[in-house]
Write a protein that binds this ligand. Sequence first.
Ligand code: S3P
Length: 175
Amino acid sequence: MERNIILIGFMGAGKTSVGKKLAQKTGLPLLDTDKLIEQQEKTTVSRIFETRGEEAFRKAETDLLKSLLKKKESVIISAGGGLPLKEENQTILKKLGLVVYLKIQPDTVLKRLKGDTTRPLLQGGDVKERVTTLLTRRAPIYQRAAHITIEADYKTLNQIAEEITTLYTIQGGTK
Ligand code: S3P
């Protein structure tokens, strides 16, 4: 297994915030798949969904993951919420390193993402229903795609990052 730490989970699970904390603790750089795609495509995720559709975005995610396999140095990767859904991506994720699922309940998503305009899948209509439906469908997939699951609703960033670094160290990564 490569020595990366990959954070997966639903929108609002705290992948970026936990990633930043982990970066501080481990000294490893943090990569965010959404941000990398935005840099590559020179536009926002919302704009890609709008102009080229979700499929184009999903293809960009898989291409990016494949390119990350070639990286020599260890990194922390915050993966977009829909990235682990494709089977092909799940295989790549597990090859990349320790895959951690940050599990949260629908109410936590709604609380954290109230008023958010950057997630195209959560715009308009009954957001509560959409979050619940998507999360129910995705939860078992995230679980399968990950090596470990952390219940993240009521833990501090520090607690979550500690749990992850402990496991990472046990499994031979640098602390
Ligand atoms: C998505 C999650 C988003 C982003 C895109 C689609 C999803 O990333 O990739 O809006 O399908 O769950 P975050 O999980 O970082 O919000």
